[in-house]
Design a protein around this ligand. Structure first.
Ligand code: 5AD
Ligand code: SF4
Length: 465
């Protein structure tokens, strides 16, 4: 039997797409390989968002070429596919630069993977190729139509928490970002397609759904009567499904946090008190140059309204330091805003020019050393805030969704409503159950807990081994 190995980079959308590609190939009789070395088919599911993304892909492809040759010497064949946003951006250039690649496929075309591999096989992997097997077209309106339904085999191994794509693409055109070019215009899946997929996931034992999309809160899919439904309405529908314990969504843009979505954080118990709402910067001049179309103050006011609806909500953000022209004072505004909001978790990046985006052509690119210093200062602040949030949870009783056995015998591992990893001991609960636990202590990356109400839960500062 043939095997496939999918190496996934970048965002949750890519993690989901990787599962989808593995699924498509499973239908062709492939099973999952444990590593690229053992695989007959290696798929690199690339991400274009970070610095030198394309160069990193080419160097990984260099390593895979060597692997392919070694395997060939042993009489085994290896096929290499490049998928994801770098595939979308580079297209056939990838095969020109690295002829060991058999096919290049964009995020909209994964259903065509077997056909594309077939084309590549027909064209032959030796010598000049008449037409490289490349499919990076955007089939505009019907890009979800051909998506295969997830197979049982995949969902059974998925665990209690699953991602579900509800929209793709983005119309925001932040000046630094490649997503609108690589993932295309925003497209929302129909409500019933999402409900059907959610039902299948729940039947397979999933308890928590994270709805994903590059600009997920811009979701506006048609319901069965053709009426446009927003993300809040979609979640109300999903909340009725038997078996579902928790709902989350990511990633959101501040300008798409509608009143109904804010109200859902108050009214929908299943919607977890966690929101990833990137602010990117704290200076209005920088935000305008980034084409974010919100200000630091409008973000502050938005957070105040969200906290009014759900006072205990955990907030997380993305930040970019060193956007072209960012001054020391403007960076201080970012630092100040971060400290003021007090994020429970954050991702922060040095600005890196992405070819084809407006910001790449701006003057005033900030020197690397300055960016490094700003990033270190910001990250110190964000880490302090993250730890403060975690410390505040100690002593509290929270619901724990049990995901798997814990690190040590006798422990179980799961997540709090605030997406904190928790290790609990002194309890025997099945994976997928939600149990109240009292947080008794913390280490750098997880919290420790005891069943709520137990004697041990009263002991504070339990060993954080
Ligand atoms: N440079 C640095 N960070 C970027 N991001 C997106 N594009 C760039 C870029 N060109 C970051 C943003 C975004 C996150 C997913 O990646 O913060 O929210
Ligand atoms: Fe990129 Fe997000 Fe801006 Fe869309 S909203 S352009 S995905 S950073």
């Amino acid at each position: 039997m043939k095997t496939v190995f999918v190496k996934s980079y970048g965002c949750q959308m890519n993690v989901y797409d990787s599962a989808r590609m593995a699924d498509v190939m499973a239908r062709e009789g492939y099973t999952l390989a444990a590593s690229a070395e053992e695989a007959d088919l290696v798929i690199l599911n690339t991400c274009h968002i970070r610095e030198k993304a394309a160069e990193k892909v080419y160097s990984e492809l260099g390593r895979l070429r060597v692997l392919k040759e070694e395997r060939r010497a042993d009489g085994r064949r290896t096929e290499i596919v490049v998928a994801g946003c770098v595939a979308q951006a580079e297209g056939a250039e990838i095969i020109r630069r690295q002829p060991a690649v058999d096919a290049v496929i964009g995020p909209q075309s994964y259903h065509r993977l077997p056909a594309l591999l077939e084309e590549a096989r027909r064209a032959g992997t030796e010598g000049p190729r008449p037409a490289p097997a490349v499919d990076t077209d955007f089939p505009a309106d019907d890009k979800f139509r051909h998506l295969p339904a997830p197979s049982r085999a995949r969902v059974r191994t998925r665990g209690v928490s699953a991602f579900l794509t509800v929209q793709e693409g983005c119309d925001k055109f932040c000046a630094f970002c490649v997503v609108p070019y690589t993932r295309g215009a925003e497209v929302s899946r129909p409500v019933m397609a999402i409900v059907d997929e959610a039902k299948r996931l729940l039947e397979a034992g999933v308890r928590e759904l994270t709805l994903i999309g590059q600009n997920v809160n811009a979701y506006h899919g048609p319901d069965e009567r053709g009426a446009t439904t927003g993300l809040a309405g979609l979640m109300e529908r999903l909340a009725l499904l038997p078996g579902l314990a928790r709902l989350r969504y990511t990633t959101s843009h501040p300008n798409d946090m509608g009143d109904d979505l804010i109200a859902a954080h108050r009214d929908l118990p299943m919607l977890m008190p966690y929101l990833h709402l990137p602010v990117q910067a704290g200076s209005d001049r920088v935000l305008a140059a980034m084409n974010r179309r919100h200000t630091a103050d409008s973000y502050r006011r938005l957070i105040a309204r969200i906290r009014e609806a759900r006072p205990d909500i955990a907030l997380s953000s993305d930040f970019i330091v060193g956007f072209p022209g960012e001054t020391d004072a403007e960076f201080e505004d970012t630092l100040g805003l971060a400290a003021e909001i007090g994020f429970a978790a954050s991702f922060s990046f040095k600005y890196s020019p992405r070819p084809g985006t407006p910001a790449a052509d701006l003057g005033g690119q900030v020197p690397e050393a300055v960016m490094a210093e700003r990033l270190a200062r910001l990250q110190a602040q964000l880490e302090q805030d993250r730890q403060a949030f975690n410390r505040d949870t100690v002593g509290r009783t929270v619901d724990l969704l049990i995901e798997k056995p814990g690190r040590h015998p006798g422990q179980l591992a799961g997540k709090s409503p605030y997406l904190q990893a928790i290790q609990v001991e002194g309890i025997d609960a099945p994976v997928g159950s939600v149990v109240p636990v009292t947080v008794t202590g913390l280490a750098s990356n997880s919290l420790f807990a005891r069943p709520a109400g137990s004697d041990a839960a009263a002991i504070s500062g339990m060993a954080a081994a």
